[in-house]
Write a protein that binds this ligand. Sequence first.
Ligand code: CAA
Ligand code: NAI
Length: 702
Amino acid sequence: MAQINGCIELSVADGIAVILADNPPVNALGHAVRQGLVEAVQQAIADASVQAIVLGCKGRTFFAGADITEFGKPLQQPGLQEVITEFEASPKPVVAAIFGTALGGGLEIALGCHFRVASADARMGLPEVKLGLLPGAGGTQRLPRLIGPEKAVGVIVAGAPMPAKMALADGIIDEIVAEPVAGAVAFAKRVLAEALPLVKVRDREEKIRATRADPAAFEAAAKAATKKLAGVDAPAACVQAVRNAFTLPFDEGLRAERDLFMKLVVGDQSRAQRHIFFAEREAAKVPDMPPGVKAAAIRKAVVIGGGTMGGGIAMCFANAGVPVSIVETTEEFLQKGLARIKQTYAVSVERGALKQDAMDKRLALIAGTTDWNVVADTDIVIEAVFEEIGLKKEIFGKLDRLAKPGTLLASNTSTLDVDAIAQSTSRPGDVVGMHFFSPANVMKLLEIVRSKHSSFESIATAVAAGKLLGKIPVVVGNCDGFVGNRMLARRTTECERLLQEGAKPQDVDAVVQKFGFPMGPYAMGDLAGLDVGWRIRKGRGVTAPVSDALCEMGRFGQKTGRGYYIYENGSRVPVPDPDVEALAAKKAEELGVKRRNISEQEIFERMFYPMINEAARILEEGIAVRASDVDVVWAYGYGWPVWQGGPCFYGDLVGAKKICAALEHYAALTGDAGLKPAKLLQELADNGGSFGNFSLTPKAAA
Ligand code: CAA
Ligand code: NAI
């Protein structure tokens, strides 16, 4: 065996050269890997004893793609396209041995091989669009030649990986094997024995000929794939590149793909999406966590309260294969909750998103009871009862008495003081907040609220539990609204003011949607139910005159057919309502607020800058330890468009100076001192600093 360099080795046995990469953790195709691969394949080709070549990887996966950390930096030769050309041009057959995840450049290098085999559990795809990119190493030219441009455009624009079985059916791979390298070696021997021809994917024309003659089906597929993605650069570039696959000769298509890739990679949208990729992986790391702290295993779970959130949380456990019991107050509420869970699964089955047997398996993992003794034997309890501090304290007292030592006691509270909840037990170290977002079985974000008592073991267990449930855990500090809702409150305040000052819900929603949010704030309020905020305001003795008046009229949003908008006959489509404008005008008059035309620019600034300002306060106070954590919260909990990078990333693009100036203006305009620039934001403005470079030593648990 020859060690080509630190990450590539080459061995030859029985006429078959095996090239293996070893670049943990995911065999990203960084510079050293690319260099080693070229050298290895050249040596194998030059070696007269070698008749065929196998390309594989050590560790947990086949190449998971280009090394994303190299993007935006000067390319060190050889580039991936050059590496692939070396393999493709080999006069000796090359077989790729795929396992784990062959993604992006990883699949592209496999497509440059003459044959591909994969283990049954392998997944492969071109997810570059999720990083604001397109496959930049021939993927947009080779995949359409294998599966046809119509299918390829859908696969590339969605960026979702496919299982090996599907890849086999589509002709992306040639065989499913039990063990990747051994299977590839056996396959290579068969190629030699049967003298199979070496057809390069680049030379295959059969799947693109028909599209070239009549591209109508391709254009329809492209339109369908990009329907909801107006204004996002990468999907449009993917479509253009795939179109090139049947309109341009291969080499020209490849060059055009490179040009499109280079344009995207230096753009703000891709920078933003790469930022979110790394931010997401960073968010669960707790900087002051001592080494060696271990998360406890989660084998059984209990959820207290089977309402909207409790039901969704129980589904998360069942989806992850963990048995879960729901505790309710009465048999009636319990049955209602269980029926709602069943109904939610049934809808997924109807839509084809879930198989009936999978639904049955998941339902079998969910039990319900009114007997609290079930708490005695569980690894984690998540409380999701009404948002009342007295009730929560009572429940945690009970959990303290019943749960075995070491059980993680978590509350799904969205506003209450987790320190106070923890203090109602004799083991406050075991208590954390686990703030799921609605619908809990769908939304990816999980804010893990660290109280001043939470032990490192509890935090580590909560993070591990979140990952087990497929969530993106972000560890945050304890304060009113934590990170997400605390920032949202700033936007909600401006929503109320803008209506009084003369803006219409549809105008404000349009501005927020144009930025890329799936919904504007009023449509969102109508969906969630306006009564939720109304109740909280009443409890706190605060008012929002327009919103309060709507609630007093019984206009709670979609569920009552009217809110900020009208929803006729159960429709979910918001229809603007002149009565709301009249109501806002009336309230403005009563309050002495002068109404005026409000520009799109002003609406934009008032929707986003106060939230960015609140993010700065949250960082100052150590409630979030990284600006990128705030971005993850908004991207995964509130629909902040990933190609806009999150509030702090976006704030850096605008610049702290500009935001501070605008905030001073709006603070004077509204008389709200809370709109004045936060200390940190002002510092960034004064010193030319950025959220991206901000760092803070986290508040240690007191
Ligand atoms: N480049 C650099 N680092 C990468 C990476 C990549 N392509 N993929 C993953 N990593 C890093 C992660 O940042 C993480 O680092 P830390 O441990 O320091 O946080 C580590 O590898 C492990 O990653 P995960 O925690 O995500 O591990 P996982 O097992 O949950 O998932 C994975 C593995 C499915 C491969 C996932 O990491 C993933 O989806 N990676 C990105 C794949 C991708 O987008 N590939 C296309 C790249 S673009 C491209 O290839 C362009 C082109 O055409 C040339
Ligand atoms: P919900 O009203 O739908 O459900 C609460 C359930 O708790 C009810 O089924 C009730 O019967 C049950 N319950 C009440 N007292 C109980 C007791 N002593 N023992 C057992 N069960 C009891 O409320 P929802 O919306 O599910 O909220 C629950 C918690 O989740 C609240 O703390 C809320 O702030 C929080 N939350 C809610 C979100 C939402 O969008 N609805 C989002 C994130 C958090």
